[in-house]
Every structure is written in structure tokens, then in C-alpha cells.
Design a protein around this ligand. Structure first.
Ligand code: PEP
Length: 252
């Protein structure tokens, strides 16, 4: 049993209008709003952030954005910056989700700027990493993870490295219903932790590493029982309050 606090995050992606987001948080708060032994996070779409920050204020549920620009301000049409998120009391931000990488061309070089930028504005970054099915079959999983973790964390000040959360999300398991086996997930998460230890041993021991990829109430306990898996990043199952609450319960 590690002394790292479990961390369960729900990524709502491009789902839920402001009204629907409000409905979901109102269903979720009575179920998990008082839980103190798990860090619980929801990441609504940008337009719903302010409403959900206000609704969750004073509860155990933290509110994260799903993306953030690498710059503070300027000519970046359509982007949202760290100071803008901090101004409305957002607590953190998911960075480098595979959908951002695949659909919007985000690179490890860009994430190298975004991760320390989030910390600069008091936002906890969740850096997402993971291999495609093809890369796994070629035996390239570790090579891919090494590149993503080392590039993504390179500019984080060592004394703040332990604040970062890393999510191992095999792309072949995201939204597909295919879940990594607990052993596959443990191996990859332990490898990610070793990479962070390569920067700083103590930070690597303290950093929370999550698993993401079709995690749901039925498989959460087996995944979360693995020694290096400190929690989950949950897509589909986070859109249902009872399912998400059941995953939080499995993490306790
Ligand atoms: C995700 O998008 O980060 C994710 C893990 O999605 P799902 O749980 O739906 O696979």
C-alpha cells in the first residue's frame, strides 16, 4: 500500500451543455462530494467550467480543464490560457490527451511548454501518455512512453515534479471497451514511474500515475489494486454519476 493519495478524474470531453453539466454535478455531489480519502476531479467542457467550479466549491470535487494554451495571452484564436483558468478557480488541466495529439496535432515539444506553464499558474497538470495498438504490437510501447514522458516533463522544475499527475492511457483502450489487463497496465505504469524517478527518485516515488482506457465500475477494483496504479482517468463512465461514484468507491 503506497502513501500516495488515490486520484480519480472524469474527462467529460465534448459532452454536456452547461445545463447538462450542472445536472451531472448535482447528481454526483451527493455521492462523492464529502469523500476525503480520494482526490476526485471532473473536467467539463470550457463553457461549463465556471458553473461547475461554482457548484463544486467547498466540496471534495476538483474541477479541471481539458486543455490549455502554452502562452499566457496573445494572437492564438480559439485558445484558452492558464491565467484565464486560474481566474475562475479551476484547479488543474488535462494535457496531451490522445485526442488532442491525434485530432489537433499536439506534440511532445508543445507539451514540454504546457506542463510547466500550468504549474506556473497554480494548475495541476495531468499529462497523458500512451501507445497505439500498432506500436504495442511492434514492441514499441516503452520507446513511445519514454519519449512522451521525458519530453513532456523536461522543463518542469525538479522541486515541483511530484505535483504533476501522469495518466497512462493506451490509445487502443480509449473509448473502445477494450481495457488493458491489470498486469499490462501495472507494467506500463511502473515504467512511467521509473522514468519520472530518472529525473528525481523522490519525485518519482511521490508522483501519482493513473490508468485510463475503458475503466468502469466492473474493472476498476482490479486495476486499482495494482501497486503502481494510483487512480484512473475516466471518459465514458464519468458521464454517469453512479458509475463514476462506484469507481471512486473502488479507489478507497
Ligand atoms: C479517456 O478519454 O481519457 C478515456 C479513458 O476514455 P474511456 O474511459 O471512455 O475509454
Amino acid at each position: 500500500m503506497s502513501d500516495r493519495k488515490p486520484f480519480i478524474a472524469g474527462n467529460w470531453k465534448m459532452n454536456n451543455t452547461i445545463a447538462e453539466s450542472e445536472e451531472l454535478i448535482q447528481a454526483l455531489l451527493p455521492l462523492v462530494g464529502a469523500v476525503e480519502d480520494v482526490d476526485i476531479v471532473v473536467a467539463p467542457p470550457f463553457l461549463a467550467l465556471q458553473a461547475i467550479v461554482d457548484s463544486a466549491r467547498g466540496s471534495a470535487v476538483g474541477v479541471y480543464a481539458q486543455n490549455m494554451a502554452e502562452k499566457d495571452a496573445g494572437a492564438c484564436t480559439g485558445e484558452v490560457s492558464g491565467p484565464m483558468l486560474a481566474e475562475i478557480d479551476v484547479h488543474g488541466v488535462i494535457l496531451g490527451h490522445s485526442e488532442r495529439r491525434q485530432l489537433f496535432g499536439e506534440t511532445d515539444r508543445l507539451l514540454q511548454l504546457k506542463v510547466p506553464k500550468a504549474l506556473e499558474f497554480g494548475l495541476i497538470p495531468i499529462l497523458c501518455v500512451g501507445e497505439t495498438e500498432e506500436e504495442r504490437e511492434r514492441g514499441d510501447t516503452e520507446r513511445k512512453l519514454r519519449h512522451q514522458v521525458q519530453e513532456g516533463l523536461e522543463k518542469v522544475p525538479l522541486e515541483r515534479l511530484h505535483e504533476v499527475v501522469v495518466a497512462y492511457e493506451p490509445i487502443w483502450a480509449i473509448g473502445t471497451g477494450l481495457t488493458a489487463t491489470p498486469e499490462q497496465a501495472q507494467d506500463a505504469v511502473a515504467f512511467v514511474r521509473a522514468l519520472v524517478q530518472g529525473f528525481d527518485k523522490e519525485a518519482g516515488n511521490r508522483v501519482r500515475v493513473l490508468y485510463g482506457g475503458s475503466m468502469k465500475a466492473e474493472n476498476a477494483a482490479d486495476l486499482l489494486a495494482q501497486p503502481d496504479i494510483d487512480g484512473g482517468l475516466i471518459g465514458g463512465a464519468s458521464l454517469d454519476a453512479e458509475s463514476f461514484a462506484a469507481i471512486v468507491e473502488a479507489a478507497r
